[in-house]
Ligand binder design. Structure first.
Ligand SMILES: Cc1cc2nc3c(=O)[nH]c(=O)nc-3n(C[C@H](O)[C@H](O)[C@H](O)COP(=O)(O)O)c2cc1C
Length: 191
């Protein structure tokens, strides 16, 4: 059983990575394999609306000049998908948006590739806009027939400089509870 996580932040060792790892640590405690992929440093183009994925139906994006298809394959092989984004102008980062647009479109073109996998999003923010970013992540899971576990609060935590989210006790607990609930859900879905 495996969960693949993607960090959409420009900072590989920033707050979003910390939040993702809090979730992943709980999954590991339940013997679930995890992998964290950093989108930073490898630019991803957004969807170019060529709709070739609907013609080809080969579970691949027709734009092959970046790492998108590698990421897509990771999602296809995983039992759960965890997406993390910082809040940038009250929404997800451009890299995370590109990942969602292209994986989401190829999924739709191929009969919902992530149907009934578990999916969850986490968001770091300095001050405001995190709920909007959280909704943007959830749109990806919910249009794709995925199953979304909840937590004790919406999956957001507050911090500006790298490491500051560790001071947000409620945010930290929210991530841990999310990890526990995602592990529980994955075991139920595998039956
Ligand atoms: C381009 C940019 C836009 C940002 N916009 C917001 C925002 O709208 N709301 C907010 O609360 N924080 C905003 N921030 C702050 C980040 O969300 C915050 O520092 C977060 O902890 C970064 O996560 P990271 O360390 O994983 O990169 C912005 C930061 C950047 C670089």
């Amino acid at each position: 059983m495996k969960v693949v996580a993607f960090n959409g932040s420009a900072r590989k060792t920033g707050n979003t990575t910390i939040l993702l790892n809090l979730v992943l640590d709980e999954l590991k405690k339940k013997k679930i394999e995890t992998e964290l992929i950093q989108l930073a440093g490898k630019p991803l183009q957004g969807c170019i609306a060529c709709y070739k994925c609907f013609q080809n139906k080969d579970k691949r994006c027709a734009v092959k000049k970046d790492a998108l298809n590698e990421y897509l394959q990771k999602m296809i092989e995983a039992d759960g998908i965890l997406l993390g984004s910082p809040t940038y102008f009250a929404d997800i980062s451009a890299g995370m948006k590109a990942l969602i647009e292209r994986c989401g479109m190829v999924s739709r073109a191929n009969g919902d590739l992530f149907k009934r996998k578990a999916g969850a999003g986490v968001v770091a923010a300095r001050r405001a806009g995190a709920i909007h970013a959280f909704s943007s992540l959830n749109h990806f899971f919910l249009i794709g027939q995925m199953i979304v576990p909840g937590s004790s609060y919406w999956n957001v935590a507050i911090g500006r400089d790298p490491g500051e989210v560790k001071n947000d006790d409620e945010g930290v607990q929210t991530m841990k509870t999310l990890g526990q609930n995602m592990a529980w859900l994955l075991k139920k879905l595998s039956r």
